[in-house]
Design a binder for this molecule. Structure first.
Ligand SMILES: Nc1ncnc2c1ncn2[C@@H]1O[C@H](COP(=O)(O)OP(=O)(O)OP(=O)(O)O)[C@@H](O)[C@H]1O
Ligand SMILES: [Mg+2]
Length: 431
C-alpha cells in the first residue's frame, strides 16, 4: 500500500515538474496539488521514520513551489484582465498586475461559499448506539456537545465545557465514525474539514480559510469543528515544514486560543492516528486527548452484530462470541471487511455452482446450489435458474471463519505499543 501511494506521488510530481519546466504553470499547479493528496496518503502509510522525514521535506518544497505558481497565476489573470501579459520570475512574483479593489471581497465570498460546503446540513445518521464499545470516549463527547446545550446553566463560572478534544488511535478504530455520531446527535452546526483538503485544495488561502472557518463557527454557535487527520496540518514546527503549513498551524493555534474572540460554544474535535507527530502547542490546545484503541472481545462481538445488521444469517447468539475470540487484534474496519466477505460468499457459491437441488420454501419449489455428490443434484448453472426460483444459501458460521482465515489485522503490534506509550504520557483511555 505504502509503496503504491509513494510511487504514484512521485510519478505525479515528476509530471508536475515537467509541466513547470515547460512553463505550463496552470497544469503544473494542478499536478502539484493532485500529487499532494497522494503524498498525504503515502505519508500516512509509511512506517520508516527516515523516509517519512525525507518525504515531508520534499512535500514542503513542492507546496512552496505550488504556492508561488498560484500567486503568479492569480496576478497574471488580474493583469490579463487589464490587458497585459507578464513573465514569471523564479520567485513567483510577476511584474505589474494591479489588484482590483473588490478582489479581496470577491475572494472572501468565494471562500465563504467553499466553507459552506464543509457545513454538514444532513445528519449522517450514525447514533451513539451504532458505535461498539468506546464508552469513555462517548461520555467525553457527550459532556462536550450534548450537556452544554441542553443544560447551559450547568456550565457557568469556572466550569466550562471542553473546547478541544483529540481522538487518536490506530487506523480503522472508529475515530471518524465517532465524529459522525457527534454530528448526528448534537444539536450544533457541524463543520467537517479534512486536513488534506486544507493542505491540497486550499493551499495558499488555507490560513484565511481557517480564520473564516472559526468566524463562521462563532456566527453559528453552538458549533463543532471537526478536523480529520489533523497530523497532516499540525506536525512539529521546524525543518521540512512548508511556509504554507506553518501559517495554517499558527492560525489554528491563535484561533483555538480565542484571544480577542469568544470561543464559548465552539468545540474543536481533532482526529489522528499518529498523535506523536503533533506539534506540542497544538497538543496543549486539546484539553482532552482520548485513546480510541482496538476493540475488546465484547466490542468485537457487538461490531459483528452491527456490521451484519438485519441481513439474514444462520448465526446463533453464541456464535458471536466465537467470532469475537477468533478476531483478536482486528479493528472495527477490519471486522466490517470480514463481514462483507462472509456475506458475499453465498453469491460466489451461486456463481460457481455446477449443480443445484430443489428445496421447498413456503410451499414453493426453489433451487439452491449443492455439491456435485448430492443425491438430489441437477446439473445446471445459475444461468438456468429463473430469478424467482433461486434460494440463496444462508451465511453460516463457517463462512465467517473462512473470511476471517483469509484476512489479517491491519494494525501492527508496534503501532499499538506506541499508542499505549503516548496514552501513558499525554492521553487517557477511551474504552
Ligand atoms: N467502534 C466501532 N463501532 C462500530 N463500527 C466501527 C467501530 N470502529 C470502526 N467501525 C467501522 O469501521 C469503519 C471505519 O472506521 P473509521 O473511519 O471511523 O476509522 P478511523 O478510526 O477514522 O480510521 P483512520 O485513522 O484510518 O481514519 C466505520 O465506518 C465502521 O463501519
Ligand atoms: Mg478517520
Amino acid at each position: 500500500m505504502s509503496v503504491n501511494f509513494r510511487d504514484r506521488a512521485i510519478a505525479e510530481v515528476q509530471k508536475a515538474i515537467a509541466a513547470d519546466n515547460e512553463k505550463e504553470y496552470q497544469k503544473a499547479f494542478d499536478l502539484y496539488m493532485s500529487s499532494m493528496e497522494l503524498w498525504v496518503k503515502a505519508l500516512k502509510w509509511e512506517k520508516n521514520k527516515a523516509i517519512k522525514a525525507t518525504m515531508q521535506e520534499k512535500m514542503a518544497t513542492y507546496l512552496d513551489r505550488a504556492e508561488k505558481l498560484k500567486q503568479f497565476l492569480q496576478s497574471e489573470s488580474e493583469a490579463n484582465a487589464g490587458g497585459g501579459k507578464t513573465p514569471m520570475g523564479a520567485n513567483g512574483s510577476s511584474a505589474g498586475g494591479k489588484a482590483k479593489p473588490s478582489a479581496e471581497d470577491e475572494d472572501n465570498k468565494k471562500l465563504r461559499n467553499a466553507l459552506s460546503g464543509a457545513i454538514l446540513q444532513e445528519r449522517p445518521n450514525v447514533r451513539w448506539e451504532d458505535i461498539a464499545g468506546l464508552e469513555g470516549a462517548k461520555e467525553t463527547l457527550k459532556e462536550a456537545v450534548v450537556l452544554p446545550i441542553k443544560f447551559p446553566n450547568l456550565f457557568q463560572g469556572k466550569r466550562q465545557a471542553w473546547k478541544g478534544i483529540l481522538l487518536y488511535g490506530p487506523p480503522g478504530t472508529g475515530k471518524s465514525y465517532l465524529a459522525k455520531a457527534v454530528a448526528t446527535e448534537a444539536n450544533s452546526t457541524f463543520f467537517s474539514i479534512s486536513s488534506s483538503d486544507l493542505v491540497s485544495k486550499w493551499m495558499g488561502e488555507s490560513e484565511r480559510l481557517v480564520k473564516l472557518l472559526f468566524s463562521m463557527a462563532r456566527e453559528n454557535k453552538p458549533s463543532v469543528i471537526f478536523i480529520d487527520e489533523i497530523d497532516a496540518l499540525c506536525g512539529p514546527r521546524g525543518e521540512g515544514e512548508s511556509e504554507a503549513s506553518r501559517r495554517i498551524k499558527t492560525e489554528i493555534l491563535v484561533q483555538m486560543d480565542g484571544v480577542g474572540n469568544d470561543s464559548r460554544g465552539i468545540l474543536v474535535l481533532g482526529a489522528t492516528n499518529i498523535p506523536w507527530q503533533l506539534d506540542a502547542a497544538i497538543r496543549r490546545r486539546f484539553q482532552r486527548r482520548v485513546h480510541i484503541g482496538l476493540p475488546d472481545p465484547n466490542g468485537r462481538a457487538r461490531m459483528f452484530k452491527l456490521a451484519i445488521g438485519d441481513t439474514d444469517t444462520a448465526l446463533e447468539a453464541s456464535d458471536y462470541s466465537t467470532l469475537a475470540s477468533l478476531s483478536d487484534g482486528f479493528s472495527g474496519s477490519d471486522i466490517s471487511n470480514v463481514v462483507q466477505h462472509a456475506l458475499m460468499r453465498p453469491v460466489r457459491k451461486i456463481l460457481q455452482a455446477t449443480h443445484f437441488k430443489p428445496v421447498m420454501k413456503n410451499g414453493k419449489r426453489m433451487l439452491t446450489p449443492c455439491s456435485p455428490g448430492d443425491p438430489e443434484r441437477i446439473e445446471m448453472t445459475y444461468d438456468d435458474v429463473k430469478p424467482d426460483e433461486l434460494m440463496a444459501p444462508d451465511v453460516a458460521l463457517q463462512d465467517f471463519e473462512i473470511a476471517l482465515g483469509d484476512s489479517h489485522p491491519t494494525v501492527s503490534k508496534d503501532d499499538i505499543e506506541r499508542q499505549i506509550e503516548w496514552t501513558n504520557e499525554f492521553g487517557s483511555e477511551g474504552a
